[in-house]
Design a protein around this ligand. Sequence first.
Ligand code: SAM
Length: 360
Amino acid sequence: MESIEATASELLFYCRPGFEPDLIAELTERAANAGMAGYPRAKPDTGYVRFVPADGDLAGLAAALPLDGLIFARQRLLALHPLERLSREDRVTPILDQLQLTGLCFDSVWHECPDTNEGQSLVRLARALDRPLQAVLRKRGLLVPDAAGMRAHLFWSAGDRVQIAFSRPGERSEWPEGKLRLRTAPDAPSRSALKLEEAWHTFIPRAEWDTRLAEGMQAVDLGAAPGGWTWQLVRRGMYVHAVDNGPMDAALMATTQVEHHRQDAFTWTPPNPVHWLVCDIVDKPARVAARMADWLEAGWCREAVFNLKLPMKQRWQAARDCLQQVRKRLDAAGIPHALQARQLYHDREEITVHVRRLDA
Ligand code: SAM
C-alpha cells in the first residue's frame, strides 16, 4: 500500500473560526524552528488552514507539526489537492477517482465540514452522500475492514468543493471535526464546567484518570465562582479549596467537599501542598502564567490546568511568551515537567494549559 506522505501534497488543519491568523503564525514559526518552511492557504473566519510544504517535503513538514504540539489546531490531516466545481448531478465519481489514484486503503470514511454556519449547513449534503459512497468504496476494495486505523476524511467547504485527506491513529484527534462535544449536566453550576472536563479528556490519558484524578485527592480552584470547575473536581471525589470573592453554588457547598476562601487568588497560599491546581481567572495572561509558575515551582501543586485569556490581536505570540515564561521558571528551578496547551472546543478567546511536575 502507498504511504500517505507519498500521495498527499499538503497539511490540512481545522481551527476555531477567527483564529486562522493565530494558527498560521504558530505553524510558520514552529516549522521554521524545525528548519522547515510552508506557506498557508486560508481565508478569514473559515475555520481551516491549508499548509503547503515550500519544498515539497510533506513528511518533513508533518513531522515538524504534530497535532499534540499545536495550540490553535483542532485537527491535522494529510490532504490531497481540493476537488472544486463538483457537479450537482454526480459528486461521487470525481471523489472515487481521486481516492482510487492514491492507492490507499482505509477502514473508515468521515465527512466533515468547517465549524461555521455555512459549513454546518453542508452536513446534510455530506450525510446524504455517505451511504452510496461507502457502498462503492467497499466494492472497489478501498474501504476495507482493517486498514490499521487509516481514515479518509472528506472535508466539505462548499456544496461543490471537497478536500480529501487522511489520518492515522495516534497522529490525529479522534473526535469528529476535532471537536469534543460535551453536554452540560443539569446540576453543573456553570457551563465553564465543560472546559475542565474537555481539558482532562485532551491532556490526561483515560487509563490514568483513576490515579491522577483520584478520589480523596486535594485540589485548589483559583477564581472558582460559581463553581463549575470545583464541581468537576468534587465529582471525581476530591476535596477542594475554592478561592473567589464571589458566591459559590449552594448545592456544591452542601457536599461538604468544598472550603470557600473569599480571598485574592493571586496572594492566597494553600495550608498544605495539593495534587491539583486549576485556575479560570479573567486577567492578563502573563500574570496568570506567572502565578501558576509560582505554585508549580514551590511544589504547592503537582499538576495544573489553567486558562489564559487572549483578547489581544497577536494571540499566538502572547500565548507562546507566557508558556515560555512558565517553562523557563521550571527549568531554572531544575523541575522536570510536561506542558501542553490547546484551544479547546469549549474555549472562546482563550487557551487551556496543562502542566505536570514529573519529579517524584
Ligand atoms: N471556573 C468558574 C466556573 O466554572 O464556574 C468560572 C470562573 S469565572 C470565569 C472567573 C472568576 O474569577 C470570577 O468568579 C471572579 O470573581 C474570579 N476572580 C477574578 N479575579 C480574582 C482574584 N484576584 N481573586 C479571586 N478570584 C478572582
